[in-house]
Every structure is written in structure tokens, then in C-alpha cells.
Design a protein around this ligand. Structure first.
Ligand code: MRU
Length: 410
């Protein structure tokens, strides 16, 4: 069947349209499936978009659960629909969650929902990525301020939307600056280029208003001809590396190789990794880094093999109100994400529990934390849009946050 635009129907309040994704567009592979090649000219859908009337007000998401098999739009018309999209990871990754949280409050204001209730629901939809609560609360504060200043409903909604748009733009700018700082650091640590970088989870344009965090650094290196290889951890259980990072690397024409998470050790042992670049969902005041589960073992491996472990995140991911790693709430997710394999874009009509293919005996309980916490002593540097903190200390991070606040206020 030829691939083209498709229309899907989602739970109430949302609609979905889609087309086959072009993950093979610039993969550099000698062979690419002919059926996918047929749609290579389609532009990609932005990770998030606000549509005004007459289509809106709606928030349009690129449904990341269907990648790389299909690029499809998920249209959120109300805050509960967006909360569900966040919980199911249709929209995901710390910076993008912040943007989504802010637009979600704007959607509530524009459509006459209770704004405080919506902000609470959005801020609590996932607990670890601090950006989500940051975006929702910042938008909520704008609404309160507008109402206190005598704005009517329409004016208050417009102020919230302006804040969401500002956050979106700020994140794009932060992404570009992180790429500059991150590449400068890579070049300093490994003069001569030819960087072989290992990354985990997904940190590119799919999680950002711009080109991402850690991935944006690798992309900048690639554009300067200084990336020899991007090693992409598949990132069990939901395969953000295999499904999303490989998709973004292929589209960007980067030299990349996918590996299972448990192959990382032998890759380090073979001397094939020059640096680890990852993002973060929350950085505590002491520099402890919460990121996708599997990041901490990489940090331990990196230390043993004398390889720099670099965290790239916007200042909004640094949370001065969380004192240390032990205080970070780590999201625990459902067992079925581990006990079943879900193939993107294959609907398992009539299947039970999570709808995937069982790979463990029925009733198996799984330990499924979405994130783990890396202590600051294992982190070589934290790269932000305001600069690099290394060594990673409470004082260094506090100074960075103070500098960022000065920039924001002035
Ligand atoms: O559960 P996810 O897919 O939202 O987890 C995302 C990650 O762990 C990313 O690495 C993190 O948000 C940093 S993105 C810049």
C-alpha cells in the first residue's frame, strides 16, 4: 500500500493525522527500503505547534510514540488530552515538556477551563522533569498577574499564550547556545576532532524548541566535520534511542551506530568512546543529575575508562529547590513497558494490558524506574546556555543560576 497522509482518531478532544516518517532520508546507508523512499520529500512535523483559530486554539504535537514508523500529528484541544499525551510519552523530554506545560495552561485559558486546576494537572503529569512544572507554573503566574491587573478572559489568555511562546523561543535560543558551549568543551577536551560520542535516550529537536541539548552538541560537531561517530544507546524499555535518536541522526546525515544498552561496556573497553553526552530531567542543587534510566551506569563506565561524562541541559533544568539526588522523585512506570515489547505503528487490536507482545510470563512484575540519578562526582561538566560548570559543585551551579536570573531580569 503506498504511504501518504493518513487520518487517525484519538480519544475525545484529540485528533490525529499522519504520514510515514522519513527516517531513512539521509541515513548514509547504502540500502534503504524502497517503500519509505517514496515519501522522502515530505517535510518533518515540528515537535510542538500552537494553532490559532480557525483551526484552533489547539496544541498540535508530533506523536513520538509512533516514530519512526510514522509521522503523525496529535491534536490536543483540552488540558486533559495533553496530560494524557504527556503520560503516554507522545510528547516527552524535559525542555519540550516545559514548553508543552506552558502551552497547556494557555489552552486552558483560551478554552475557558479552570486555569489553576489545569496547571496543577499538567505540572504533576510526570514528576521528574522539572521543566514541566516550571513551564506550567510560569504560565499560571502570567495568568494570575493578568487577572489581578484587571484583564478580561480573552486578554488573560493572550498573556498566557505570550509567555508560552516566549518560553518556546527562549528554549530554541538556549539550545543554540548549549551547542556552541558544548562543542567548545569537546574540542578542548579532545583537540583534533574526530569525536566519537556515546549518547543515551533522545535529546534532539524532538525534545526542544531548537535542536536539543546533548544531541545539538553532536550535531554541531557533525556540521563542523568533527564528529567521527555517534554511538546511540537503544534505551530500553521504550527505545527512545533506537526509535528517536537514530531517526534524528539519520535525518541529519550523521554517522551513527545503534547499540543495545548492555553493549556499552564492551564499547568503552575497546576504546571506542571519547565522550558521553547526555541530557537531564532535573539537576539538583548539589549537581546530582536525574536522566533516563541507564545514564548512571554509563557514568560509572565512563569514570572507570577515563572518559568525560558531559551533561547538557538548559538552566531551567537546574532545580535549586531540590537539594540533592536523594530528594529527586524518580518516576516509576508500568510493568508492561518491560514485560512487553511494543512495536511502533503496529496496533495490536484486542491485545491485553499494554497492547504489546509479551516477552515475560503473564503476571511478571517489573522494576521500571524511568530515570536514575548520577552523583555530581561522576559528572565531568554540566553544559548550559549560560556556560559550563566543571567541576560540578553546589557553588558553581548556584553562580550559574544567579547569572541566568540576572540575564532574565535585565
Ligand atoms: O521519559 P522521557 O523520554 O521523557 O525521558 C527523556 C530523557 O531522559 C531525556 O534524556 C531528558 O529529558 C533530557 S532531554 C534534553
Amino acid at each position: 500500500m503506498p504511504y501518504g497522509l493518513r487520518t487517525f482518531y484519538c480519544p475525545s478532544g484529540s485528533g490525529q493525522t499522519g504520514r510515514m516518517a522519513d527516517q531513512y532520508a539521509q541515513s548514509g546507508e547504502a540500502v534503504r527500503p524502497p517503500d519509505v523512499a517514496a515519501v522522502s520529500a515530505h517535510p518533518s512535523i515540528p515537535a510542538i505547534r500552537w494553532d490559532d483559530p480557525p483551526e484552533g486554539p489547539v496544541l498540535v504535537l508530533l506523536d513520538q510514540t509512533r516514530l519512526p514508523g510514522e509521522e503523525s500529528e496529535l491534536v490536543c484541544t483540552d488540558p486533559p488530552g495533553l496530560v494524557q499525551a504527556i503520560r503516554t510519552l507522545a510528547v516527552r523530554g524535559a525542555p519540550l515538556l516545559g514548553i508543552a506545560g506552558a502551552y497547556g495552561v494557555a489552552l486552558a485559558a483560551a478554552r475557558g477551563f479552570d486555569v489553576d486546576e489545569a496547571a496543577d494537572a499538567l505540572a504533576g503529569a510526570r514528576p521528574t522533569a522539572v521543566n514541566l512544572a516550571y513551564g506550567a507554573r510560569r504560565a499560571q503566574a502570567a495568568h494570575r498577574k493578568a487577572v489581578a491587573g484587571g484583564a478580561d478572559r480573552r486578554q488573560a489568555a493572550a498573556s498566557v499564550l505570550a509567555v508560552a511562546r516566549a518560553l518556546h523561543k527562549e528554549d530554541a535560543e538556549a539550545s543554540a547556545r548549549m551547542a556552541v558551549h558544548g562543542l567548545a568543551l569537546l574540542d578542548e577536551l579532545m583537540p583534533g576532532g574526530g569525536h566519537r560520542v556515546l549518547t543515551h535516550c533522545n535529546t534532539g529537536a524532538l525534545v526542544s524548541g531548537g535542536e536539543g541539548t546533548a544531541f545539538a552538541v553532536a550535531l554541531a560537531a557533525h556540521r563542523k566535520g568533527r564528529l567521527r561517530r555517534l554511538w546511540v544507546d537503544e534505551t530500553r524499555p521504550l527505545l527512545q534511542g533506537a526509535r528517536l535518536t537514530a531517526y534524528e541522526a539519520a535525518r541529519s546525515g550523521m554517522p551513527y551506530t545503534l547499540l543495545t544498552d548492555n553493549a556499552a561496556g564492551s564499547l568503552f573497553a575497546a576504546g571506542e568512546v571519547d565522550a558521553v553526552l547526555i541530557g537531564a530531567d532535573r539537576i539538583a542543587a548539589d549537581g546530582s543529575v536525574a536522566n533516563k534510566v541507564g545514564s548512571y551506569p554509563l557514568a560509572v563506565l565512563a569514570r572507570y575508562h577515563h572518559v568525560p561524562f558531559i551533561v547538557v541541559a538548559p538552566v531551567t533544568t537546574v532545580d535549586p529547590d531540590t537539594p540533592d539526588g536523594a530528594a529527586i522523585e524518580v518516576e516509576q512506570r508500568a510493568s508492561h513497558e518491560v514485560t512487553e515489547v511494543t512495536v511502533p505503528f503496529v496496533s495490536a487490536a484486542g491485545a491485553e494490558v499494554g497492547g504489546g507482545i509479551p516477552v515475560a510470563p503473564l503476571g511478571t512484575q517489573a522494576y521500571n524506574p524511568a530515570f536514575d540519578v548520577t552523583p555530581p562526582e561522576l559528572v565531568t561538566a554540566v553544559v548550559t546556555e549560560e556556560g559550563v560548570v566543571s567541576p560540578v559543585t553546589t557553588e558553581g551551579l548556584a553562580e550559574l543560576c544567579a547569572r541566568s536570573r540576572q540575564v532574565t531580569i535585565s
